[in-house]
Design a protein around this ligand. Structure first.
Ligand code: FAD
Length: 436
């Protein structure tokens, strides 16, 4: 039995079916895809409200894209990016930013992603936040502020004081370095999906035999012992020899377990809250920024939008600028009305790309924090001081209960690819346990 039909759950189900096991996938929402959600405006303009990119070293998700014959396209980059740092506008970050990022990369080399808690300085790094480590470096306040925003925000979707240095380094190590993580060309933001990223999950679901997937069935309780489990949903009960809980830890923690989970497992779930990014879209008749020689990509050490990108799909009726809000800015913005949020975001787009940005045809946002079955994005991370103690429990099975979700991945943690990997790993555990 698999709980959750995101990439982790669907990936697990594929593997189990291939091994000849019988599977049922129970999904809370009336749709598959979890943290992907592709929406079309009435004129056909496509928006990816959740995850959207895949990168060249994300082989598992790429395999699926190729398997289903899904077309992809490079992230549009017609012109120069804007780097707004220390009140200056540059076309690329200053040298000091690169050297601070290199230092982070070097530290990440000391991490084995399968066992970050074994790093020589793991305990000290776990007890230090990324913010406090940055503050102790010799870089200027401007460089530190910029790196804090693009790393903690752009990668972990939080504020730099919310993640430990160890968790930040683990995240970098799990992706193979800063460049694969942050880059467009050659990095995790290189490629987009024609038809939107949710279509990959929909293809995976379509391939499941009839009756395997049960939508709109939130699992509320898992009773388990060494022989099997009984799952209760809002409408049915099911029995299973093994269960893969393929939902973000913060939601796995809201399921009732009987007997209660062991302290370390429960503690790990409790200590892995979801990030708090906001992704916003402004839709224009045409990509006016390209006429000004701008790519639409920007990174800023100030203002509400840490990052923006030209999100216009090929042959789109209209152009799309997408912005990302992280950390304290995201918290503050959430306290405002939609009208105020729209004004604040558009004013910032206007500062970055000119007055035409002030009046889009449409302004669309989607708050994953307010989604009952997600509760935040991009993904969850162990809070400072908890990776060494609770990290191992995040994916250690409890009797017949196994754990998946991108948060449990050791490669591309936080990404589609990590989610698929986690589902496969959990399926492999089940296969081994059942002797298949
Ligand atoms: C705005 C945003 C931008 C992102 N950008 C990217 C990107 O560009 N590239 C990338 O690779 N990743 C990106 N990500 C992250 C990526 O979307 C996730 O890593 C990935 O989709 C997680 O898959 P998952 O299966 O682990 O979890 P989820 O997708 O969260 O799937 C879990 C599923 O479980 C269901 N569920 C929850 N609780 C229950 C329950 N009790 N019973 C039954 N079902 C339940 C949920 O409804 C959901 O369908 C982004 C995410 C967001 C939100």
């Amino acid at each position: 039995m698999v709980v959750g039909a995101g990439f982790a759950g669907l990936g697990a189900a594929r593997e189990l079916l291939e091994a000849g096991l019988s599977v049922q996938v129970l999904e809370a929402r009336p749709r598959v895809g979890g943290r992907t959600l592709t929406r079309y405006l009435p004129d056909g303009t496509q928006l990816d409200l959740g995850g959207q990119w895949i990168g060249p070293t994300q082989h598992r998700i790429r395999e699926l894209v190729d398997h289903f014959g899904i077309s992809t396209y490079p992230t549009p980059a017609h012109g120069d990016p804007v780097v707004d740092i220390g009140g200056e506008r540059l076309a690329s970050p200053p040298r000091e930013v690169d050297s601070l990022l290199e230092e982070i990369d070097l530290l990440a080399l000391q991490i084995t992603p399968e066992r970050p808690w074994d790093a020589p300085e793991a305990r000290a790094w776990d007890q230090q936040t990324f913010a406090s480590w940055l503050a102790g470096t010799e870089y200027s306040e401007t460089v530190i502020r910029y790196v804090a925003r693009v790393v903690s925000g752009g990668l972990l979707a939080g504020a730099p004081a919310e993640a430990s240095l160890l968790e930040t380094l683990f995240y970098v190590a799990s992706a193979g370095g800063i460049q694969p993580l942050m880059g467009y060309e050659g990095g995790a933001q290189e490629t987009r999906i024609v038809g939107g990223a949710q279509s990959i999950a929909e293809h995976m679901a379509d391939e499941l035999p009839p009756g395997v997937l049960r939508l709109a069935e939130p699992v509320t309780a898992v009773e388990y012992d060494s022989a099997g489990a009984r799952l209760t949903t809002t409408t049915h009960t099911y029995t299973a020899s093994r269960v893969i809980v393929a939902v973000p830890p913060t939601l796995a923690a809201r399921i009732r377990y009987d007997p209660p989970l062991p302290a370390l497992s429960d503690g790990a779930l409790q200590r892995t809250p979801a990030g708090g990014a906001l992704k916003v879209h402004a839709v224009y008749p045409a990509p006016f920024w390209r006429d000004r020689g701008l790519s639409g990509m920007s990174t800023s050490d100030s203002g509400v939008l840490t990052e923006t990108v030209d999100n216009t799909p090929p042959n789109s009726p209209r152009a799309v600028l997408t912005g990302f809000v992280y950390g304290d800015e995201a918290v503050l913005l959430r306290g405002r009305s939609l009208e105020e949020r729209r004004r604040i975001v558009l004013e910032r787009l206007g500062e970055l790309f000119g007055d035409q940005a002030l009046s889009p045809d449409d302004y669309v946002e989607f708050d994953w924090m307010a989604e009952e079955w997600t509760r935040g994005c991009f993904s969850g991370h162990l809070v400072p001081g908890s990776t060494v103690t609770f990290g191992p429990a995040l994916r250690t099975p409890v009797e017949v209960v196994h754990w998946a979700s991108t948060e449990t991945a050791t490669e591309w943690n936080g990404y589609f690819d990590g989610a698929v990997a986690s589902g496969r790993r959990a399926a492999e555990e089940v296969r081994a346990a059942l002797g298949r």
